[in-house]
Ligand binder design. Structure first.
Ligand code: GDD
Ligand code: MN
Length: 368
């Protein structure tokens, strides 16, 4: 398997030669075809020069140069190059400063061999660790980053969301639109992880010790922290987007329902006939809007007609839930205004309506 270790560098001349030598030793322990791709942003300290010297000794070292635009931009360029020009089947993300131990590379690779799509060298699973010498500020940034990623962006089941030591199958990366990630700096780590979660790839975390760098300095700045938090909000908003569209459609259904009801009444249709007719028309208009807007990007297995029938069934179920809530509240709280009971009934009905339609009517093929 062609595997490319991508190492972004900015002023890492004191580390890069040692690291590449250490990696070559580890490569001997791995059966696959391993290469190194250095993505250097014209480091003023001459990092690229060091890499070029090594290129004359080893034939598995590649160098990509560019303008400094952040860690995420460097990785995006590196991954695209590894896939398009180097035929990568697996890529690694790794830091140049020995924070990630070269000896751990075979361990991450072994998980890929066992079938994982995305392996994280994790500091926050049992057995993993962060440097003892890290000050409170650095510890807080890292902890805070993971809390934001897990609880704000919603990637709950991953312990180390911001880890920069990962092995990834390119069969997963090829399904990701990197231009849409919209991040430049360290936020890339969670933006990419989120996409991988959405694609339901197999994620495995294995413990690693993160070692504090002894040469050079960290490039993580305030700008990165801000972009990171904004990006977490963006991810949360995106995953809510489908639900918000569903609510908008539901609200439009109320207007359609009342509108047609009024039209039927003015046309002298009996109100007991006009009411179910208006209800059914609003269910159909809701279905069409959800079908062609809310869930339009989903590939579902049923034909539109079948989805329409399913949607109708769910709508009647929601009606039952709404009415059931109304009746129950009316019995338990007889002194409260019935409008309030009616209003509260809408909440569980909408949630159930959304949940069943999202996971049954508009269920994506292959998502079990
Ligand atoms: N090409 C390029 N361009 N490389 C960069 C840039 C950039 O703008 N910024 C950082 N790098 C390189 C560094 O040279 C180093 O090899 C690697 O990216 C990590 O940068 P550090 O500055 O050492 O990051 P850190 O130690 O603060 O952060 C580590 O922990 C973070 C989370 O806790 C890294 O592992 C991050 O990936 C991780 O998100
Ligand atoms: Mn570092």
């Amino acid at each position: 398997m062609r595997t490319i270790i991508i190492i972004p560098t900015y002023n890492e001349s004191k580390n890069i030669t040692h690291l590449i030598n250490a990696l070559q030793k580890q490569f001997k322990k791995i059966r696959h075809d391993l290469h190194v791709l250095i993505v250097d942003d014209n480091s003023p300290d001459g990092t690229a020069g060091e890499v070029k010297k090594l290129q004359s000794r080893f034939n598995n070292i590649h160098l990509l140069m560019g303008q400094k635009a952040g860690l995420g931009v460097a990785y995006t360029r590196g991954m695209a190059y590894a896939m398009e020009h180097l035929g990568a089947e697996v890529v690694f993300e790794m830091d140049a400063d020995f924070s990630h131990k070269p000896e751990d590379v075979p361990r991450l690779m072994a998980e890929i061999d066992k079938g994982a799509d995305f392996v994280i060298g994790s500091r926050y699973v049992p057995g993993g660790s962060i440097p003892k010498e890290w000050g409170t500020r650095r510890k807080l940034i890292s902890r805070f980053g993971n809390i934001v990623a897990r609880y704000l962006a919603g990637i709950y089941h991953v312990r180390d969301c911001t880890a920069g030591f990962r092995a990834i199958r390119t069969s997963v990366l090829r399904n990701i639109e990197f231009a849409d990630l919209g991040v430049k700096g360290y936020a890339f780590q969670i933006a990419l992880l989120h996409q991988v979660v959405v694609l339901k790839a197999k994620i495995v975390e294995i413990p690693v010790d993160f070692i504090d760098r002894t040469e050079g300095e960290s490039k993580l700045g305030m700008k990165d922290v801000i972009e990171f938090v904004l990006n977490a909000w963006w991810i949360r908003f995106h995953s809510l987007k489908t639900f918000i569209k569903f609510l908008v459609v539901g609200a439009s259904g109320v207007v359609v329902n009342l509108g047609f009801f009024t039209i039927f009444l003015t046309a002298d249709i009996n109100k007991y006939v006009a009411s179910p007719l208006a209800i059914e028309i609003s269910i159909i208009s809701n279905f069409l809007l959800n079908n062609f807007w809310t869930f339009s990007r989903r590939k579902t297995k049923d034909r539109t007609r079948i989805r329409g029938v399913k949607f109708n069934i769910v709508s009647f179920l929601a009606l039952g839930v709404s009415y059931g809530t109304f009746v129950a509240l009316s019995i338990y709280f007889p002194n409260v205004a019935p409008q309030l009971h009616q209003l509260i009934g809408i909440v569980p009905a909408t949630l159930i309506n959304y949940f069943i339609n999202a996971n049954w009517t508009f269920k994506e093929v292959g998502n079990d």
